[in-house]
Design a protein around this ligand. Structure first.
Ligand SMILES: COc1cc(C(=O)NC2CCN(C)CC2)ccc1Nc1cc2c(cn1)c(C)nn2-c1cc(Cl)cc(CCC(N)=O)c1
Length: 298
């Protein structure tokens, strides 16, 4: 068990939002992410269930810009309202922690789906990619770059609908053409222009979605190697292989997203009109058996 900061968070059995006069019961532990831990929490008046993300204040004091980063994450997330974005319900604090009340996603994230299934069918990939692109289209229309789109941040609710979460590395583009120069954090599917710090914008998210789609159809990420250094070298060289098992329309879409030159990558809206999405029926529903086995062929 890594002695990550999150291990030192202690969470009371009852959480009091004194401003809104809401009392939550802390239920089972869901997991941890960076400086936060996550528990199932229940509003004791309505019996509604949420995901409670909790950060210890003592950590925020010690780590220099952690408090600013958490504030930025909450300021960005609470303004968002879309069916493919995790709902930010509220936040409150007590003497020891900051509590964020988030939409519960019963089927965890696409990382767990990926670990269970390895490779999914084109039919399922269409269902997920459509929702991811709708969510990213909404973020970009609202001048938000997520900057850490990866399987673990794509949460799945009970209907297997995708909910983009974890805005810990997100940022707002303040003016047309603004290029962000720095990113403090280590995104998983990081774009070449972020690594070389020449300036990045919405196109960095498109690169990440290309890595997500590749991982879902190939069974592993495009630039995965044994060391981070080697992975970063392959990203900068755009050095990846497209296996033949991937169908032509999916290959076309992945190659378009994994363009080294950010200007050459299509925007989310254009990707929604690619043949892989537009040229076929997009399922409106997937049975939860898809978490463990492929649906019968369509
Ligand atoms: C029923 O809903 C969930 C269940 C579980 C779960 O069963 N985790 C098990 C707990 C037992 N251990 C042994 C294995 C993992 C995990 C997550 C659930 N839902 C769930 C978790 C959620 C969210 C929505 N919904 C959101 C939003 N943020 N987070 C969030 C936040 C953090 Cl800081 C860490 C994690 C854990 C990493 C992960 N991807 O699961 C998640």
């Amino acid at each position: 068990m890594s002695s990550k900061p999150a291990d030192t968070v202690n969470v009371p059995a009852m959480l009091v939002d004194s401003k809104k006069n809401v009392l939550y019961e802390r239920l089972r532990f869901f997991g941890k992410g960076g400086y936060a831990v996550c528990f199932k929490i229940k509003d004791t008046k309505t019996d509604k269930i949420f995901a409670g993300k909790i950060v210890s204040k003592s950590l925020l004091i010690k780590e220099h810009n952690q408090r600013e980063k958490l504030t930025q994450e909450m300021m960005i997330h609470q303004t968002l309202d879309h069916k493919n974005i995790v709902k930010f319900l509220s936040f409150f604090e007590d003497a020891i922690n900051i509590y964020i009340v988030l939409e519960l996603c019963e089927n965890r994230s696409m990382m767990e789906l990926h670990q269970r299934r390895r490779v999914i069918t084109d039919y399922e990939c269409r269902f997920y990619m459509y929702q991811i692109l709708e969510g990213v289209k909404y973020l970009h229309e609202n001048n938000i770059i997520h900057r850490d789109l990866k399987l673990g941040n794509l949460f799945l609710n009970d209907q297997l609908n995708v909910k983009i979460g974890d805005f810990g590395l997100a940022t707002r583009i303040e003016f047309d053409g603004e290029r962000k120069k720095t990113l403090c954090g280590t995104p998983n599917y990081v774009a070449p222009e972020v690594l070389t710090e020449i300036g990045h914008s919405f196109e960095a998210d498109i690169w990440s979605i290309g890595c997500v789609m590749y991982a879902l159809l190939v069974g592993r990420p495009p630039f995965e190697t044994k060391t981070l250094r080697e992975t970063y070298r392959k990203i900068k060289m755009c050095d990846y292989k497209m296996p033949k098992i991937v169908c032509p329309s999916a290959t076309e879409m992945i190659i378009a997203m994994l363009q080294s030159n950010p200007q050459k990558r299509p925007c989310a809206n254009k990707l929604l009109h690619f043949d892989f999405i537009k040229g076929h029926h997009i399922p409106s529903f997937l049975p939860s058996s898809c978490l463990t086995m492929a649906p019968r062929s369509h």
